[in-house]
Design a protein. Structure first.
Lengths: 221, 227
């Protein structure tokens, strides 16, 4: 990133990004979280806010990780980590779990991504067309099936390349589906006119942000 | 009298032919019919097509079946499990065919097979390389891709409880693909942690009715290992 480290602003940490996403999830939504930073979001939704987390392997009402010594070996999430079931939770089989996803019954999915394009295209499952064995999992189902798709990701790659692009160069997961992007620098809405910046970390200017972003940006009116 | 309970692994595996399509339940290790996979290895059928969400871990179970060269093709959504050494090597050497299917499409293709539906349309994968070569149609202004049913010759299923009719319950997230695979196959073979008397299962809690089950073997396998 071509950024002067002496500037006044600081990018968000992964945990801070998760906190920021969690703040926008209202009571009573059904939500699926992808692996990586999205998984952290659940830890920042207060228990009194009844957000119901769905796991693609058939768990509705996923709770936090179990305390040591209280692991149920039969209860895992999509990332194959041990979880708990909150009061009121239920189990379904895979076809029903994906009917929930594909049938538009989930209010929100939060995924990580390699790239998001200004028209809402997302690339998050393979990094090149000759990837040895690409693994898609449930990403394509989630992208097209849920009521709204948000992406949380670092604004640039480690090499400093923008992840917010005019057109995805990596293999696509779905076309025109991303509604909102949370990065370590900004919150951006995907509109018919491209990316609109809704929020930036304190001290960052639109020009600073544009300097590290491939796609053209404008401030939300 | 209906009695779907078999006493030996050999009876459970009897008749599985070379070239069969075998649907294997489980999501990671949870709900995976590990004993039946070992039984299939012992049975010796080859030139198999395996349908399973993951291609096996380490060098045991499914990975062992692959390593022995018994599998021609694998259909899965996520070939990157925690330790897919055997699969990756065979794939790199061109010794196994891979069909990547989005997870929901995979589940629905089997559900469709079980429900007598030869094909269906879904928005999943539209505009991606997984839709290449498939029929595309518009319904009410949205674009969909046609996916065909995915029937099995054989399903290997893990249940929590079973009775002699083959009625099944599952445990927590061990349910996963097992019920749809049971309904999608000509021959459904179950390993069950517990066998109970007919009438002991609460009818409200039976997830897979015995209609979808052919053979049940009692395998008190214990808890799934973390994967």
């Amino acid at each position: 990133m071509s950024v002067n480290v002496t500037t006044a602003w600081k990018p968000l940490s992964r945990a801070q990004m998760a906190v920021r996403v969690a703040a926008d999830i209202p009571d009573a939504w059904y939500v699926n979280l992808g692996i990586g930073i999205p998984t952290l979001v659940a830890d920042h939704v207060p228990a009194e806010r009844e957000v119901i987390f769905h796991s693609e392997n058939g768990v509705v009402g996923m709770g936090p990780a179990p305390e040591p010594g209280r692991v149920d070996p039969w209860l895992i999430n999509a990332g194959k980590q041990h979880i708990t079931l909150r009061t009121g939770g239920s189990y379904v089989h895979h076809a029903d779990s994906f009917a929930m996803i594909r049938g538009g019954h989930l209010d929100l999915c939060v995924l990580g991504a390699f790239q998001v394009a200004e028209n809402g295209d997302i690339a998050n499952w393979a990094t090149s067309d000759n990837d040895t064995a690409p693994a898609v999992g449930g990403a394509m189902d989630l992208c097209v099936g849920v009521k709204r798709l948000w992406v949380v990701m670092e604004h640039t790659t480690k090499a400093g390349e923008s992840r917010l692009v005019r057109k995805c160069s990596y293999p696509l997961t779905a076309l025109g589906v991303v509604k909102r992007v949370y990065t370590n620098l900004a919150v951006l809405d995907v509109t018919s006119a491209g990316f609109e910046v809704a929020e930036m970390v304190p001290g960052l200017t639109l020009q600073d942000l544009q300097n590290v972003t491939d796609a053209p940006l404008k401030l939300a009116s | 009298m209906i009695n779907r309970i078999v006493q030996t692994m050999a009876d459970a595996m009897a008749g599985i032919g070379d070239g069969s399509t075998v649907l294997v339940g489980g999501f990671g290790a949870v709900g995976q019919p590990s004993a039946l996979i070992d039984g299939l290895i012992e049975h010796g059928a080859k030139d198999l097509t395996i349908v399973s969400n993951n291609p096996g871990v380490g060098r045991v179970g499914l990975a062992r079946l692959l390593e022995l060269g018994r599998v021609r093709k694998i259909v899965c959504s996520f070939p990157r499990s925690s330790d897919p050494v055997v699969f990756e090597q065979l794939y790199r050497e061109g010794k196994i065919e891979l069909e990547i299917v989005p997870q929901g499409t995979m589940a629905e293709r089997m559900r469709a097979a079980g429900a007598g539906i030869p094909a269906f349309f879904t928005a999943t994968s539209v505009g991606t390389k997984l839709a290449m070569g498939k029929e595309i149609r518009e319904f009410d202004g949205r674009t969909y891709v046609m996916e065909k049913a995915l029937p099995g010759d054989v399903a290997l299923v893990e249940a929590w409880q079973a009775d002699r009719w083959g009625n099944l319950t599952y445990r927590a997230s061990g349910r996963n693909f097992n019920p749809v695979m049971a309904m999608a196959s000509k021959l459904t073979i179950v390993q069950s942690q517990h066998i109970v008397e007919l009438g002991e299962l609460d009818p409200e809690k039976i997830v897979t009715p015995g209609m979808f089950v052919d053979r049940v073997l009692h395998v008190p396998y214990g808890d799934p290992k973390p994967s």
